[in-house]
Every structure is written in C-alpha cells, then in structure tokens.
Design a protein around this ligand. Structure first.
Ligand code: ZN
Length: 117
C-alpha cells in the first residue's frame, strides 16, 4: 500500500463510504476492516488513551460527542461515517500542533494499546 500523494487518501479511505452492501444486506467486509484500522489509530492518541473516550464521527454524533471506544465502533458500524471525513482531524491526523499539549505526559509509557472491537 502506498501513502504517496494527498489525493490518494480518497482511494485509501474509500471504505468509509462503502458502508453497506445491499446484496448481502449487511456491512461490507471492507468497512469492517477499515473500521478496525480507524479505531486502532483513534484509540492510540494520548487523549484517548488517558480518558478512554474519543469523538464519535458517526452520522448522528457528527464528531460533537465524546463516547467510549466501544460505543463509537458500534455507532460507526451501524450508522457509517459523517460525510467527507477523509482526513481524521480529530482522530490522530493533522493534530501535530496539539502534540505540545501532551508534553506533560512525557513520563507516561505508551505501550498500552486498546482495541475494543
Ligand atoms: Zn455516534
């Protein structure tokens, strides 16, 4: 898999909007796999690790609510993602600037990886 140009993100994240497969009336395999990688990244952020919650980017919460990991993955599974959320600004991407806020956590070990799917 290549992470070259920025336009490739639309191809890479296409799974986000390939939510349900009408032919099997269920969520697509591609979506389930993508959701795993999304949750992996989102729950690895320092705020998420410390608090056990992340913004829910589902179609109803619209990235306005903090919910626990489990609930977020259920929402996304059932409802799909908010429109055009290709760059996960609130989930570990594009927030390099806010890294300064986590300087106070320098002493905390980061070997804690939580995946609750
Ligand atoms: Zn939600």
């Amino acid at each position: 898999m290549s992470f070259g140009g920025e336009h490739e993100i639309y191809t890479l994240q296409r799974w986000m909007y390939n939510h349900r497969d009408p032919s099997i009336s269920d969520v697509t395999r591609e979506f389930v796999d993508g959701l795993h990688s999304f949750m992996y990244q989102a729950t690895n952020e320092s705020f998420a690790r410390e608090n056990g919650i992340i913004f829910c980017p589902c179609r109803k919460c619209l990235n306005n609510k903090y919910l626990d990991f489990n609930l977020v993955s259920k929402h996304l599974y059932n409802r799909g993602f908010i429109a055009n959320y290709y760059v996960w600004l609130r989930h570990g991407e594009g927030c390099r600037d806010s890294a300064r806020n986590s300087n106070r956590n320098n002493g905390v070990s980061i070997n804690l990886v939580i995946i609750m799917i």
